[in-house]
Design a protein around this ligand. Structure first.
Ligand SMILES: [Zn+2]
Length: 192
């Protein structure tokens, strides 16, 4: 006996290969992931999360080497499928040498707002042998929250030492960010 299929009940309709709902570019939430790493070098300031930490070495490379802000920036850009930090601010451009990484994060956040989203929360893991992040974690979380316009309770920060990785000369950051559709579209401010 053949199964009786009623087209009145949508659950019983035969699926058609071309019967797909149109893809939306504006889901209610979007997730972003960012990764970054920089090498420790002597004689330069150590910036992490927009905060200068007392240490005998800093992070070399792109701009001020703020590994955490770079990973957050890439997570924000990734969440809206925008070009990444290296494409928007090429390390080869002398303009960005020693630049404050807050500039990159603000541009990424402005693009998020332009896309009709706001930040729901962010979670970061920092991997570095030294200095200890614990005593500075609250200050870093507060600064990152301020930069993103969220409550500090919406910024997670864990610090790990690179056990067994032989990566004591580097600092690494992994970040995930969740965006939610904004109720009202924000306009870019000129405060940058
Ligand atoms: Zn970087």
């Amino acid at each position: 006996m053949k199964p009786r299929i009623s087209t009145d009940n949508p659950d019983q309709r035969m699926p058609k290969t071309n019967d797909r709902r149109p893809a939306t570019a504006q889901p209610s939430t979007r997730i972003g992931y960012g990764f970054d790493s920089h090498e420790f070098r002597p004689g330069i300031p150590l910036k992490i999360g927009g905060i200068t930490l007392q240490h005998d070495k800093g992070l070399g490379g792109h701009s001020d080497g703020d590994v955490l802000l770079h990973a957050i920036t890439d997570a924000l850009l990734g969440a809206i499928a925008a070009p990444d930090i290296g494409a928007l601010f090429p390390p080869s451009d002398p303009k960005w040498k020693g630049a404050d990484s807050v500039i990159f994060l603000r541009e990424a956040l402005a693009r998020v707002h332009d896309s009709g989203y706001g930040v729901a929360n962010v979670d970061a893991s920092l991997i570095l042998a030294a200095p200890k992040i614990g005593p500075h974690a609250a200050v870093i979380r507060t600064r990152v929250a301020e930069l993103l316009g969220v409550h500090s309770g919406c910024v997670g920060l864990k610090a790990k030492t690179p056990e067994g990785l032989n990566l004591d000369a580097a600092a690494i950051a992994h970040v995930v960010v969740l965006l939610q559709k904004a109720r009202q579209k924000r306009r870019r401010t000129k405060s940058r």
